[in-house]
Design a protein. Structure first.
Length: 254
């Protein structure tokens, strides 16, 4: 029997797309989630209930897995420990290929979430397991949330001088599946969206998609981390290999 590919965070936005693509290829999949499997879920994958924050259930989740695609995240509230718990269980289970999704610019933009992701990368690199790390730019939905969270305000504030290179979840998922199907690559080439856009431009595109017309006001954010954003530390224009545009994402939402 072919060994399964374990997807941590398999019920999240990225994890769901990874699982969908793997199933479409006829690959055996095991979804890891903190929650029990829904009673009405009849999808053709295994289910592993596991809390990576404590490690409870990790040994059973990784047992027999040939590849682990690590999409689970605590959004900066313990990613490093989560990754340590996963790595420890994986080492005891065998020698699976560990594929980790990370973020472009985390080594030059220093704040709590990026610090956790950078520390998690180090855990992966020093794990002794065969590994691949893919850094991607900000997802379309994250960029859209900056505007949607302000939809009841008379203006929309966007960080002054910021540019983004938003990438589609589908593009990131496809790259992760491709990397998981190949040999361990270490640090894989970064993945960026097809366009570098100003924060103001993206906010105005979001407004057009919702029929709103409120002023977009630049907000100056002080500090080293935000200075690194203004310098383009979150961008990878030389790796603009994603194909899904922000407008296509917005059209699919409407």
């Amino acid at each position: 029997m072919t060994k399964p590919i374990l997807v941590t965070g398999g019920t999240g936005a990225l994890g769901r797309e990874v699982v969908r693509l793997l199933l479409a290829e006829g690959r055996p999949v095991r979804v890891m989630s903190r929650r029990p499997r829904p009673a009405d879920d009849r999808a053709a994958y295994e289910w592993a209930q596991c809390d990576l924050r404590t490690g409870a259930g990790a040994a059973d989740a990784v047992d027999g897995a040939e590849v682990i695609i690590h999409c689970a995240s605590t959004l900066g509230r313990g990613d490093e420990q989560v990754t340590r718990n996963l790595v420890e269980a994986a080492r005891q289970a065998g020698n699976p290929h560990l594929v980790y999704i990370s973020i472009v610019g985390i080594d030059v933009i220093r704040f709590f979430y990026y610090n956790e992701k950078l520390a998690s990368e180090k855990v992966v690199e020093e794990s002794g397991l065969p590994w691949t790390v893919l850094r991607a730019t900000q997802f379309h939905d994250l960029v859209a949330q900056a505007s949607s969270a302000q939809r009841r305000l008379p203006v929309t504030f966007m960080p002054a001088g910021f540019r983004f290179q938003p990438v589609s979840t589908a593009d990131v998922a496809a790259r992760l599946v491709a990397l998981a199907s190949g040999e361990p690559a270490g640090r894989a080439p970064d993945l960026g969206g097809p366009e570098v856009r100003t924060a103001r431009d993206l906010a105005e595109a979001y407004q057009r998609s919702t029929g709103r017309r409120t002023p977009v006001v630049p907000l100056w954010l002080p500090g080293k981390a935000f200075r690194a954003f203004r310098a383009g530390g979150n961008l990878t224009p030389e790796n603009a290999t994603g194909v899904g545009t922000f407008e296509e994402f917005l059209a699919q939402r409407s």
